[in-house]
Design a protein. Structure first.
Lengths: 345, 345
DNA sequence: CAGAGGACCTGTATCGTTACAGATTTCGCA
DNA sequence: TGCGAAATCTGTAACGATACAGGTCCTCTG
């Protein structure tokens, strides 16, 4: 029996044609499965020469640890989940983020899983799903709110995550954010420098944290540079481009129309331009505009628009790094970054 | 011993606070683990009332099968991998595809994993990775070539996949494609209808299958409608927008400049417009242009451009459905779709 | 009333990996 | 010479699920 059990794992040659496993390497090296496992993770109780041999054979046969085996045994999924709204308007923005995240994950064992949700349903759903099923080791979320229940939930469960955007709940967690306050402040400054005084802001939706940031910067700019706000509260960046265009055109035709416009995103800018021009006004002459730029298009077709690039790819990279660091136990307070161009950090 | 082993699985109450497993349900119902497993998959040898009871308890405790367990035992990953080029130029296009894929997968057990690669490395690498590690049950690829080695490899291994774009190797496999031949043909027609005769095509890169399709449609259009081609072979859709703009401006200034332009993608159109205008020409007056439209921007800022929407979201949906059907054993010949607007299929 | 057969349920072994608790050998030192 | 520590190596059990090969009853037939 002793003899038999001793043979059990090492003697039976693993079926050929299959993926190599620890058993394969154990058979080839004549070692035990445990030894091979520990050798590959450079454990201190394995001899140097043995490690070398094991590594050599592993490389030769193209060994990759079986993710299901590891996951079942250790609970580690080696997955980062990006929680994405499926509404097409936003995905355009988020796609460079996917690139940034992938760039970072490509240098690690992590895979990127897209966990979608619809804004028509509860944004907590996907988070709950990941927590309940243990689908990932870490999560990245966007559209962050000041009192974000997703953040509260993950903090409570001590689950690693990073947010694109900040919260305002007194909870310390990893985030990456664009400095929207500074953006709006600078935007006002640049418009005032061009002699504009009546400024209209297409702001982010009320519920999101960066709405506040942008408003704060906007109002501080108005005060510091001596301009006034033209109300534009019927639409925000979550509205369709059509709605924005119509609202903008109406504002430009109304008495006391703005002579300066700020767009809180690259997408909105297009609709604003269309609205301005539909009102018979000309960019650079009657009105100036400052916008975030997400792709090159606005720069090509309306060079008069003063634009500032928000680097979503960088955001993806930073968030991926932050979440992994968090998984590795690094304190959240060290994993918070704010970006502002030039930002090839 | 008999008694002891009988108790082994059912008697020990699973640790509380953990995710429920089959063992949890087995304990709660007093059934065996196997029975619970089979009840949940509606096996024919389980009593109707038992199934009902098991389902009820499973729902109550929020049971989700452990993916690692299933994967380890059965080899089924319940993962579809989307293989994506990380070059930012293309990701803009592909992002609505992610939405479409997610929409379909959301109704299934499948997760979407992004497997990235850089065009600077071998495009076979990510495919080999998935095949070797068994990272997914099915794969979706883009940038399909006439003799695509990725397709050949996956066919050879009998691995389920779908391609965005067709191949030309005599191999039958699932695909979804936009009818680029018809697009180019119609584009020529519409330009000729506007009196244009000297037509320039910004074509897809040589290596990709739809380059041929588009050229074929283009040339057939030229013949049928009596127009001539203005050569434009120094750039293609893989070049940077800057390069395209410069080349276009040069072409518009050269003797025998085109009076009609066709852009094989929405992105390229912007650069072409910029090139045309840099040469001092005006859209709609001196030159007409037909383009694919990927987002609304070109439609807003240059309504003179005749545009036709290529529905990437639909492509994502079709490909996801096709790959899953293929996994389920449906013949590839039934999983090939071609789209052309209006295409809300 | 035996026993064949159906309806329903169950234990064991296994997928690949790792935590844990030993084994074995070697070596230094008293 | 003896013996404990150090250095290496190893088997077992477990993670959660399922394929497989039985087990019990119970019913119906002859």
């Amino acid at each position: 029996m002793d003899e038999k059990s001793k043979q059990k794992h090492t003697a039976a040659p693993p079926a050929a044609g299959h993926r190599p496993t620890l058993k394969t390497i154990a058979f080839m090296t004549g070692l035990g499965i445990t030894t091979v496992s520990r050798a590959l993770k450079d454990a201190p109780d394995i001899g140097a020469e043995t490690k070398e041999r094991v590594r050599l054979v592993a490389r030769q046969v193209g060994y990759h640890p079986n993710r299901a085996g590891v996951r079942l045994r250790t609970g580690k999924t080696n997955v980062i989940s990006l929680i994405l709204s499926l509404e097409e308007e936003f995905i355009g923005l988020t796609s460079p983020m996917v690139v940034g995240i992938s760039e970072v994950l490509a240098t690690t064992q992590y895979h990127l899983v897209i966990t979608p949700y619809s804004m028509k349903s509860d944004p907590l759903d996907p988070v709950r799903y990941v927590l309940e099923t243990g689908a990932a080791d870490g999560v990245i979320i966007s559209r962050t709110e000041p009192k974000d229940p997703r953040v509260a939930l993950m903090m409570e469960r001590n689950f690693p995550f990073g947010t694109h955007g900040r919260t305002d709940m007194g909870l310390v967690h990893p985030f990456h954010d664009f400095d929207n306050e500074r953006f709006a402040y600078d935007a006002v400054r640049r418009l005032v420098e061009r002699g504009r005084r009546r400024i209209m802001l297409l702001h982010p939706p009320q519920g999101l944290t960066y709405h506040m940031h942008m408003r704060t910067g906007f109002e501080r700019g108005l005060r510091d540079f001596g301009a006034t706000a033209v109300p534009f509260n019927t639409v925000d960046l979550d509205h369709s481009l059509d709605e924005i265009r119509v609202a903008c055109e109406a504002a430009m035709r109304a008495p006391g129309a703005p002579d300066g416009v700020i767009s809180g995103s690259g997408g909105g800018a297009v609709a604003l331009v269309a609205g301005i021009e539909a009102a018979g006004l000309q960019l650079g002459r009657d009105v100036d505009m400052v916008s975030k730029q997400s792709n090159d298009i606005i720069r090509w077709l309306r060079p008069e628009v003063i634009s500032m690039r928000e680097n979503f790819r960088l955001a993806g990279r930073e968030l991926a790094k932050a979440v992994i660091a968090r998984i590795d136990g690094q304190p959240a307070s060290e994993l918070q970054t704010l970006s502002y161009p030039p930002d090839e950090a």
